[in-house]
Design a protein around this ligand. Structure first.
Ligand code: NAI
Length: 423
């Protein structure tokens, strides 16, 4: 497959993509700081890094930072609808980076681009959702011997890798970047909350105030969506399958209902479970005219669109990024972004705020550095990110923000480590 620049008319796209990257770079102090040290130390010299991620401006800054550290980077998308073609073109024009990502690809093109990345014979992989690791294990196992390891960005990818690991089917080490405090407490909560609501509001031009918003799943992403929707004066209803999380939602003041009941209550439905078949056939029967259906979980399997389509009398594009399904009784159920990640896959979606991705990608970058420096210390399988790496990223961010904090005194450290102090 040809790189992006040979597929599209690039002149205008290049300029716009570079403008988006410039803006992102200005607001990513962690990446700037790491880039400086990578330029000096060249930790990735001689390494080939294969990436499958949402190719938009912030990801582009991660890719260029790894390239500035000496890597040869090959990148493609991890979702058929989340690529910004202008950024992909600009990235492809960056020294040391080849981009194959293009928006609106079909399944065949999506996997062709993934193969094109793999043909660079990566020595390290950076993934969002696990498709690249999976494709290498399925189709190119001969490359595994020369792969030092990799990093995974999201909850669903980490679940997938842990399932591979449990089956002894994961043959190189992977860092669970998603599971670090610097990622999950900011990206999943604030990032998904803010950007999902922003994408839905911008795509529909409708208000949150006074709406009944059903949030399926009260994990990290669901908490963010529920809290931010509540902050915009919506009434939030949570659905859950974990009793602790259902209780947590209740104690935070949200209504908790089974989806069977919530279906009749909601004006807007947002799934954040990482599971499948969360909103299905019978639920559609109970919904009111005009509801909005959106998914913020990684794959497009949370809302059963096949069932919806089979029930619909007709379907049409009501707005860019919004498909109306009209039922025989005249009700219109509106699906955003084809049921794909709503904060990344509508035509106006921008993904998470830049500051949030600076943190997530800061963790990615230090994990990639750790893999090249100490890869031998990690067996094949999923690994937690060493805490000192997560702290390093937090300290860079605090310094950039001019925020000072206390440190432990020697007496405090000794006290915290001791079991002998009592009343
Ligand atoms: P999590 O594991 O913290 O939360 C998922 C929650 O969904 C759990 O509390 C679980 O009990 C609940 N759940 C599972 N099946 C359910 C069902 N049938 N009905 C109701 N609740 C159910 O996971 P996290 O970190 O919140 O991630 C969720 C999904 O969002 C994953 O697919 C992840 O990859 C994706 N994600 C998306 C982002 C975005 O930009 N849109 C950013 C980060 C993660």
């Amino acid at each position: 497959m040809d790189p992006i620049s040979e597929q599209l008319d690039t002149e205008k796209l290049l300029e716009e993509g570079q403008r988006k990257m410039d803006w992102a770079r200005q607001h990513m102090p962690i990446m700037s700081s790491l880039r400086e040290s990578f330029e000096d130390e060249q930790p990735f010299a001689g390494e080939r890094i294969g990436m499958a991620m949402h190719v938009e401006a912030k990801t582009a800054i991660l890719a260029e930072t790894l390239a500035a550290g000496g890597a040869e980077v090959a990148i493609t998308g991890c979702n058929p609808l989340s690529t910004h073609d202008d950024v992909s073109v600009a990235l492809n024009a960056t020294d040391g980076v080849t981009s194959y990502a293009k928006r609106g690809v079909d399944d065949e093109e999506y996997y062709e681009a993934m193969e094109a990345v793999i043909e660079h014979e990566p020595t390290m992989t950076v993934d969002d959702g696990g498709d690249l690791v999976f494709a290498i294990h399925e189709e190119y196992p001969e490359l595994i011997d020369t792969i030092i390891g990799g990093c995974e960005e999201t909850t669903t990818g980490v679940h997938r890798l842990r399932a591979m690991d449990d089956d002894d089917a994961l043959d190189y080490p992977m860092f669970a970047v998603n599971d670090t405090p610097m990622k999950r407490l900011f990206d999943n909560i604030h990032g998904t909350g803010e950007s999902s609501l922003a994408s839905i509001a911008m795509t529909t031009n409708l208000s949150w105030a006074g709406k009944d918003v059903v949030v399926a799943g009260f994990g990290y992403c669901g908490k963010g969506v529920a809290r931010k929707a509540s902050g915009q004066n919506a009434n939030v209803i949570v659905t859950e399958v974990d009793p602790r999380r259902a209780l947590e939602a209740h104690m935070e003041g949200f209504d908790v209902l089974p989806m069977d009941e919530a279906a009749a209550e909601g004006d807007v439905f947002i799934t954040t479970t990482g599971n499948r078949d969360v909103i299905v056939g019978d639920h559609f029967e109970k919904m009111s005219d005009g509801v909005l259906l959106a998914n913020a979980g990684h794959f497009d399997v949370e809302i059963d669109l096949d069932a919806l389509e089979s029930k619909a009398e007709q379907t049409y594009e009501a707005r860019d990024g919004l498909q109306a399904y009209e039922m025989a009784d005249g009700r219109r159920l509106n699906v955003l972004a084809e049921g794909r990640l709503v904060n990344l896959a509508t035509p106006i979606s921008l993904g998470h705020p830049v500051e949030v991705m600076d943190q997530s990608f800061g963790v990615q970058a230090v994990c990639a550095r750790e893999m090249v420096e100490n890869g031998d210390a990690y067996d094949p399988g999923v690994h937690d990110v060493p805490d000192e790496l997560d702290r390093e990223v937090a300290e860079i961010k605090l310094e950039a923000e001019g925020i000072e904090m206390d440190g432990l005194s020697d007496t405090q450290e000794e006290y915290m480590d001791s079991w002998q102090h009592g009343t």
